[in-house]
Design a protein around this ligand. Structure first.
Ligand SMILES: O=C(O)CCC(=O)C(=O)O
Ligand SMILES: [Fe+2]
Length: 300
């Protein structure tokens, strides 16, 4: 989907743009299908090992994982994009409908940042004790990179694969708060990277219920959060980041790639096997190394 001038201006003013029905089932269903296939296969293994009592095969995409994880949570940590590494997920990173939206805000030379997630946010009562990485406290995405990325524009794209509602932990944002630069963040045990209350703008948050096909485009300095999932369905979503090729992603230890290049189309990266290889290598390289993705002090 291409953006018009009004939408581009709205993004500049508000720090976000919510596009309803911007993606079709044909764009998203291959991703859902590969997750369904994987979860089905893993459920078969868990059943054979006696770790779960049923395959829950008749349950829909946003329920089945809840039922499985109530009995055994092993699968939960395998689903994020860099661990799962699905072909359809990779192909979606360079989906033309998606990149047309990106191009309107990032320009014609687009790099796909490795700060990217597929989140199967489970009901709070099913997730591991302590913290759930998919419950994000107030932060700006500029707060989760190294300083080297600070001067550069990075676009966040957030999209649900199943209904996202206040009850299952949809996003909340602070509109028109992206002009003031980076706010002070802290690292809070069990919570992650957070802007504390006294650093937050005094403004009512906007809650954003979204459906499959809707797309949220967000400036990296727009404060946002998501709350716990208090429903009995999974909140399936993806969040991706794109920026101008040649600018640092702020995660030099993770693989980025050229998603689109109008000046040099042959530089566009389309090698799925190589993408997998680079993630495997990067994850191996940083394992046990305690690399900090942020520059913030820890508070109690
Ligand atoms: O998906 C969520 O709950 C949080 C996502 C987030 O902070 C982001 O996409 O930048
Ligand atoms: Fe975020």
């Amino acid at each position: 989907m291409k953006l018009n001038d009004e939408q581009i201006a709205q993004f500049a003013t508000d720090g976000y743009l919510l596009l309803r029905g911007a993606l079709a089932d044909a764009d998203l269903d291959p991703i859902i299908a590969e997750y369904q296939e994987y979860i089905g296969r893993r459920a078969g293994g868990l059943l054979a090992e006696g770790k779960i009592s049923d395959l829950y095969a008749d349950e829909p995409f946003d329920r089945r994982l809840v039922s499985i994880c109530r009995e055994d949570r092993e699968i939960y940590k395998e689903l994020d994009i860099m661990y799962f590494r699905g072909r359809a997920s990779f192909e979606f990173l360079v989906n033309d409908n998606l990149l047309d939206m990106v191009e309107a805000l990032v320009g014609p030379e687009i790099t796909c940042s490795p700060i990217q997630h597929t989140r199967a946010k489970l009901p709070a009562e099913v997730t591991p004790e302590g913290s759930d990485p998919h419950v994000a406290p107030w932060h700006q995405d500029s707060g989760v990179t190294w300083e080297e990325a600070d001067p550069h524009f990075i676009l966040t794209i957030w999209l649900p694969l199943s209904p996202a509602r206040p009850e299952n932990g949809c996003l909340q944002i602070i509109p028109r708060a992206h002009g003031g630069g980076m706010r002070q963040h802290h690292i809070k045990q069990g919570l992650g990277t957070v802007i504390l209350d006294d650093e937050m703008p005094e403004q009512e948050p906007l809650t954003l219920p979204m459906d499959k096909g809707d797309v949220l485009l967000m400036h990296k300095q727009t404060p946002h959060r998501s709350t716990a999932n208090n429903a009995d369905v999974v909140r399936w979503s993806m969040d991706l980041r794109y920026q101008e090729t040649g600018t640092p992603t702020g995660r030099p230890y993770n693989p980025d790639f050229v998603a689109r290049s109008r000046s040099n189309p042959s530089s566009e990266f389309r090698d799925y096997d190589e993408w997998c290889r680079q993630w495997v290598e990067a994850l191996k390289e940083i394992k046990g190394k305690a690399i900090k993705g942020h520059r913030w002090a820890v508070v109690k």
